[in-house]
Design a protein around this ligand. Structure first.
Ligand SMILES: [Zn+2]
Length: 279
């Protein structure tokens, strides 16, 4: 279904985050007018309807990790337009300028409740958090690092773009590569926890995002392979309400927990403490 992605209708307006300059902001979901400072205090979640606004990877790092610190792995590879895909080089540059990131992923070593972990976060602000060769290699490198050091792995995803179409098969290969590395991690009995945020779709969801030993999701996140509108068009049927949203997927057993952003850090620490009890 990858080839359909190009034709996929745009996401629902509610999924967009538009932050105008100024003190007030309208909730994309319930329409409530929110005081920006208070919204920030609420970790960018609506106090009225619980809508979770999208936040960049760096904000999650500040929010989740001990002292908000990540000892980053250097990005050893540079993304290139290997297929000569039209306008890809320009798009990359634009994404770099806009997101102030070199690529759509940040990874490194960190502490979580005192436990050393490898932490990875994809950033929606960089080409939809899509996985090209460099993102895939960074994820694979992080998994290898966790295995070598025998420390748990935590990956947070915000990847509406799935595999990066501008890199074609090279991008799809990252799905197999990251999944194979995770199989080795599982064989070594090293815990792997994923935190899925809105939206995590397509090639990312169909590889490392859905392979966590424990899968946590933020409330209301859209998580799946092909988006609901394309599925409806393809099968010619209406989908049930809440389809592919966190709560629906919890009910159907695809994920393990739905956790409010304010409780993410304490939940991760609690899980790590249970999993890392030394024999
Ligand atoms: Zn709201």
């Amino acid at each position: 279904m990858f080839f359909r992605r190009g034709k996929k209708p745009k996401e629902k307006p509610e999924a967009k985050i538009i932050i105008p300059d100024g003190l007030w902001l309208k909730c994309e979901s319930c329409g409530e007018i929110l005081y920006k400072k208070e919204l920030e205090r609420n970790l960018w979640t609506c106090a009225k309807c619980n809508f979770h606004f999208r936040i960049p990877a760096r904000r999650y790092i500040a929010l989740l990790l001990d002292e908000g610190k990540l000892d980053e792995f250097p990005l050893a590879l540079k993304t290139r337009n290997v297929l000569g895909f039209p306008r890809y080089s320009e798009k990359l540059k634009e994404a770099q300028q806009k997101s102030k990131l070199e690529e759509g992923v940040i990874a490194g070593r960190a502490r979580l409740g005192g436990e050393t972990v490898v932490f990875v976060a994809t950033d929606f602000g960089f080409m939809g958090g899509s996985m090209g060769s460099v993102v895939g290699e960074m994820v694979a490198h992080s998994i290898r690092h966790a295995r070598k050091e025998e420390i748990p792995l935590v990956i947070l995803t915000a990847s509406g773009g799935g595999a990066r179409m501008q890199e074609g098969i090279f991008s799809l290969m990252q799905m197999a590569k990251t999944s194979a590395e995770l199989a080795l991690l599982a064989q070594a009995s090293i815990p792997y926890i994923t935190v899925l945020t809105h939206p995590t779709m397509a090639g990312v969801m169909a590889s490392f995002a859905s392979l966590g030993d424990i899968i946590i999701a933020e409330p209301g996140a859209l998580l799946g392979f092909t988006g609901p509108r394309v599925i409806e068009q393809t099968i010619g049927q209406k989908l049930p309400p809440g389809f592919q949203r966190s709560e629906f997927l919890l009910e159907h057993g695809l994920i393990d927990m739905v956790v409010h952003r304010r409780d993410l850090r304490s939940t991760l620490i609690r899980i790590l403490k249970i999993l890392m009890i030394k024999k």
